[in-house]
Design a protein around this ligand. Structure first.
Ligand SMILES: [Zn+2]
Length: 358
């Protein structure tokens, strides 16, 4: 299976300029490729292949000398990216979703480029990038497995290296234990066993700060320098919150995978079909979706199972006898009038989720 490892890069001034320039040149080629495909279709009534487009690159380099500053495979990958967006477009047309024709990307929003096979290597704590140089990298955790591709990302003024790595599945021993998880507002998650996972205080603090920055931004005049600064601060804050959330997700997922063979979760795709007007709850759900992705990927590499169940009514039905016990979001306790079960509402929901999976 494929796994992504992300590391921070610390380019010097000259390298940073080259990185920006590479993104810029890739965006030019991207938009050219897109235009060619559109023209080929509208004027020539035919479609261009990735192969044809990639083969046109040497001529493009003759016309525009700047393109020689970019490693050839990186430019070739731009052709593959355009192809992907077109394939996705045709798939949407087929399934009669809203198709949304592939759009041009402004250079400022073109934030990454990929080395699909070669052109990069390690030299101590430096990452050697072809046509860029030896860039300082912080390997905060070891890079295991066979590296397939390397994508360089720009995010809020920082640079990152994302390695896509083929990793072997290392099965954990079977322990015949299963659990259901319910996601909450106050707590991050509650298990059917009664165990709970809190949102770490660091995260809650960062979230509070985020709200403050949002309020401040709304007071600034449009187009002002102060507003620009506030936007920047807010983006930084968003990134911090996202990092801390991801960190929590990884830790909780690791714990669950070590303790249970089968883990039952709510299927959010079904849940999202039911309109959710509770804002905080829907934000929580968004985070939950990321957590399930991380959990599923960890489970896959450990030979564990994650089962998604229909979440309808899991918090309202009695996990003991099946009676429907209606309660508002503010009611934290489940009291069943039929079988007299008295239990925390989240634990009740988690048990229901587990029951649906087995
Ligand atoms: Zn009951």
């Amino acid at each position: 299976m494929l796994k992504t490892y992300k590391y921070r890069l610390y380019p010097n001034k000259e390298q940073s300029q080259k990185l920006h320039q590479t993104c810029f040149l890739c965006s030019l080629v991207y938009n050219q490729f897109l235009e060619e495909r559109r023209d080929a279709w509208e004027i020539g009534k035919r479609s261009l292949t990735t192969y044809e487009q990639i083969n046109s690159l040497p001529y493009k380099k003759e016309e525009d000398n700047q393109l020689k500053e970019v490693f050839s495979q990186v430019l070739q990958d731009v052709g593959c990216r355009v192809d992907k967006t077109f394939k996705a477009f045709f798939r949407r047309v087929k399934t009669s979703e809203k198709p949304g024709y592939p759009r041009f990307k402004p250079a400022r929003r073109y934030d990454s480029f990929t080395y699909p096979q070669a052109g990069f290597a390690f030299n101590d704590n430096k990452l050697v990038l072809s046509k860029i140089g030896e860039v300082k990298i912080k390997l905060h955790r070891p890079l295991d497995g066979e590296v397939k591709t390397l994508t360089i990302h720009r995010q809020n003024g920082k640079w990152y290296a994302c390695f896509s790595v083929e990793v072997e599945i290392k099965k954990l021993p079977t322990i015949n234990k299963a659990c259901g998880i319910d996601v909450g507002l106050e707590k991050f998650a509650t298990l059917s066993t009664g165990e709970t996972f809190e949102n770490p205080r660091k995260l809650r603090k960062a979230e509070k700060k985020l709200k403050k920055h949002q309020r401040q931004l709304s007071k600034k005049k449009k187009g002002s320098t102060r507003r620009k600064k506030a936007v920047w601060k807010l983006a930084r804050c968003h990134e911090k919150v996202a990092n801390q959330r991801r960190d929590t997700h990884h830790k909780v997922a690791r714990k669950l995978i070590n303790q249970y063979d089968t883990i039952a979760v709510e299927d959010l795709q079904i849940k999202n079909m039911v309109k959710n007007h509770h804002l905080a709850k829907s934000i929580g759900d968004a985070g939950w979706g990321n957590f399930v992705l991380i959990l599923t990927s960890k489970a896959e590499s450990a030979g564990r199972k994650v089962i998604k169940v229909n979440p309808k009514g899991t918090s309202q039905i009695c996990s003991e006898c099946g009676t429907e016990v209606k309660k508002k979001l503010s009611q934290r306790w489940h009291n069943c009038p039929t079988c007299k079960l008295s239990i925390d509402r989240d634990i009740n929901a988690a048990i229901n989720i587990l029951k649906r999976a087995i």
